[in-house]
Design a binder for this molecule. Structure first.
Ligand code: F0G
Length: 440
């Protein structure tokens, strides 16, 4: 790799441990203390201005690694010694949209969405999977595995196929949106439906990865987070390297909050940005252990949700594996955590659709959360806010149809109001009838 970086190693995030390991050790957590691992660098790079110019110049290059919205920033994730191992499908490169209707709904003067749902497999997971699968290839792995609420599995299945590796995905039976399930099947992974929830699947795949050849590609794997860092990097480039006041994210397994926090921290360290935005992590009320933790008087224990419940199935997670890193990211950025109801998520999702953007339910927690934080005075209406939409509107069309036909119900059977329903209308196959209907 063409970089002046001196070292890249694995390092335990626990300040009481800080054990370090070689970059090519097949580790997911610290063998000494079980803490989470970071890919840690001693950066020795050109100036911030030179880096920015280099990143920009690659936009006109046709080289495969330059066309990736992750590897275009490779000096900031320099853990690959042989770029021939890079597995890429031109991930990242996602737009930032202004969203006037959503802004008005939230009570903001202006709101922007970075739409990670426009990745090749329709979610932000592609950003992290390109780096995860690249590391798998560098380690010589033949089979990769993950537990998933659907998007990680869809993404891993695609990258495993591209890399010629066997993919094995573990999903909670009956709890994955069809758009996502169909992708894992199409991309040829072995799909294992666990009779349990995501947290059960996660525990099982971690155990399997400890005593088998399966290489684990959940976000507990620190190489996943290196790619997801690039969501923040690309966003800052699009904002001319000026941080917004707030960066808003949905929170599930908390890998993304962790990754974006690390990316922001490193960008400031390298002088690419002057200040950090405040992070706001939004959870669904029925799956909000991070919210409970940061608002608890006793922060000595992280209390999982044993029975998480939300129709935003992507974030139906009670035991987030990366919570310590998310808490660290909140501390770095003076961040906040909010939680939102099923009704708030549903209405916010409809509103994002009416901006001509659209997203899957988990992504809509962002707008619902912003609205709550504005109403509470935590976010001021004139502040600059960028929210990350994590998944494509087509991932969970069942949810959209149910909302717009006024049949959406919580998992407990409680009706969700379709406050912004856009119902289809049936009409006789006659021009006069259609004209009358449209009011022509
Ligand atoms: N939004 C979407 C669309 C997701 O798929 C996920 C996570 C999140 C938000 C939350 O991100 O876990 O990093 O806090 N989906 C994982 C999966 C769990 O298996 O696809 P997080």
């Amino acid at each position: 790799m063409t970089t002046n970086t001196t070292t890249a190693q694995l390092r335990c995030m626990e300040t009481s441990c800080r054990a370090t390991f070689a970059i090519n050790e097949r580790l997911y957590t610290c063998p000494a203390c079980k803490g989470l691992l970071d890919v840690a660098y001693e950066f020795a790079l050109p100036s911030a201005e030179e880096l920015k110019a280099m990143f920009r110049s690659r936009k006109t290059s046709d080289a495969e690694i330059d066309r990736s919205g992750v590897w275009r920033f490779r000096e900031l994730l320099p853990f690959v010694s042989d770029t021939g191992n890079i597995v890429t499908i031109a991930e990242g490169n996602t737009p930032i949209y202004t969203a006037p209707r959503s802004a008005q709904y939230a009570g903001l003067d202006r709101l922007q969405f970075k739409h990670q749902g426009l990745n090749p497999t329709g979610s932000f997971k592609d950003n992290g999977m390109t780096t995860g699968v690249t590391q798998a290839k560098s380690l010589g792995a033949k089979a990769v595995a993950c537990a998933s609420t659907g998007n990680t599995s869809a993404s891993m299945a695609a990258f495993a196929a591209r890399a010629g590796m066997r993919g094995v995905v573990f999903i909670p039976a009956g709890q994955v949106a069809y758009g996502k399930l169909s992708q894992s099947l199409e991309y040829g992974s072995l799909v294992v439906e666990i009779e349990g929830n995501f947290d059960d699947a996660m525990r099982l795949v971690r155990e399997l990865a400890e005593d088998s050849e399966l290489y684990l590609l959940n976000s507990i794997n620190p190489f996943r987070l290196e790619g997801q860092k690039a969501i923040a990097i690309e966003m800052m480039e699009q904002l001319d390297w000026t941080a917004p006041d707030w960066l808003v994210l949905p929170g599930g397994n908390l890998g993304n909050s962790s990754a974006i926090g690390k990316g922001l921290f490193e960008m400031r360290q390298l002088g690419l940005i002057e200040r950090l935005p405040r992070l706001a992590v939004i959870q669904a009320e029925g799956a909000s252990p991070l919210y409970e933790f940061v608002h608890a008087s006793d922060q000595s224990v992280f209390q999982p949700f044993e029975h998480p419940s939300t129709l935003a199935t992507a974030i139906k997670i009670g035991k987030p594996v990366s919570w310590q890193k998310a808490v660290r990211a909140l501390a770095w950025t003076n961040g906040v955590v909010e939680r939102v109801t099923e009704q708030e998520i549903a209405d916010a999702k409809a509103m994002i659709g009416f901006d001509g953007i659209g997203c899957e339910p988990a992504s809509a927690t962002t707008l619902a959360g912003i609205r709550k934080l504005v109403a509470a005075g935590a976010i001021k209406s004139q502040e600059n806010v960028v929210a990350v939409l994590t998944g494509n509107v087509m991932k969970d069309s069942t949810y959209s149809i149910n909302y717009h036909t006024d049949t959406l119900q919580t998992e407990d059977g409680v009706a969700i109001g379709s406050n912004f329903a856009n119902r289809s209308v049936r009409v006789a196959a006659r021009k006069d009838a259609i004209k009358k209907l449209i009011g022509l």
